[in-house]
Design a protein around this ligand. Structure first.
Ligand code: PXL
Length: 280
């Protein structure tokens, strides 16, 4: 069987360990042939640096897609992360039609917000477009803040219960039409993880690991990349959700000794050998 091909569209944050600089190495290590379209090029990510550059690549998207169509470049899966502009969302729908197999996997990480707030550069209008964009996705991977924006509901960051989480994932599934992995879910101070909702089974499965105090930038991208790789390799939704939780926690733990100087991301490289061993 030939190697599965995934296209991932997200930004290049040249320094800072998020988006494509984590997706590419993780997916490659998982044995996925990975092609990229950078949605934008930034000198760093926007979470803690100031004065970063931002080059929007919106108009390159249709050109790359048209060239690939001529060259018969076709992908088994499309995974999207941080998107640089509203117009890109329409272009990506065109790419999905033009450059993927009919039975492709479409995974959307609706990157736009965390901890109750939109990231710098995003607004309510983008969130409304993202809520339309997720329709047709096989799996979406919002955190609790992104879920609130997608559903146009107030953000609830703590004190929620299982009934709240299970209504949220079911409502998100009604919006997207597919499966949902809600990240950053916690019912107790010592555990943190995800709720994976399978539409076919109408069931919610939780994957928790020990909570490590602090905010770790880029872990959403580490999680979504590992999840996408595992799903494309043939893991079930629940298995992929669990593999990605374990990998993300290993990456966070590997960073702890260097936390002060490595505040901008996690040292996921140190967790890759264990991931590869687990997959083989
Ligand atoms: O990790 C999400 C992300 C991706 N890309 C850029 C970001 C962020 C989050 O802040 O700033 C540029």
């Amino acid at each position: 069987m030939s190697t599965k091909k995934m296209l991932t569209i997200q930004d290049v944050s040249c320094f800072g360990q998020c988006s494509l600089t984590v997706a590419l190495p993780i997916l490659s290590a998982m044995g996925i042939e990975t092609a990229i379209i950078p949605s934008a090029v930034l000198s760093t990510h926007t979470g803690g640096f100031t004065g970063y550059t931002f080059r929007d690549l919106t108009e390159d998207l249709p050109l790359i897609s048209a060239h690939w169509k001529k060259e018969n470049v076709i992908f088994d899966a499309l995974y999207t992360g941080y998107i640089g502009s509203k117009r890109q969302l329409q272009y990506i729908k065109d790419i999905e039609k033009q450059n993927t197999r009919p039975d492709h996997l479409f995974i959307v990480d609706p990157v736009m917000a965390d901890n109750g707030k939109l990231y710098y550069g995003f607004d309510e209008a983008f969130a409304a477009e993202m809520a339309k964009f997720v329709k047709g996705a096989d799996v979406i991977l919002p955190n609790l803040t992104e879920a609130a924006y997608l559903l146009k509901r107030p953000y609830v960051g703590e004190g929620y219960d299982k009934a709240f989480v299970e209504k949220t994932v079911r409502d998100l599934s009604l919006l997207s039409g597919g499966d949902v992995v809600l990240t950053g879910v916690s019912f107790s101070s010592d555990k943190l993880g995800v709720a994976a909702y399978s539409k076919a089974k109408d069931s919610v499965e939780y994957c928790f690991e020990e909570r490590i105090e602090g905010n770790f930038h880029g872990t959403g991208d580490v999680y979504a990349s590992c999840f996408s790789g595992a799903l494309l390799r043939g893991s079930s939704l629940e298995q992929a959700a669990a593999i990605a939780v374990e990998f993300t926690v290993s990456a966070i733990k590997a960073t702890l000794p260097d936390r002060r100087e490595h505040w901008y991301g996690v040292e996921f490289e140190k967790a890759l050998p264990e991931l590869i061993r687990r997959l083989s």
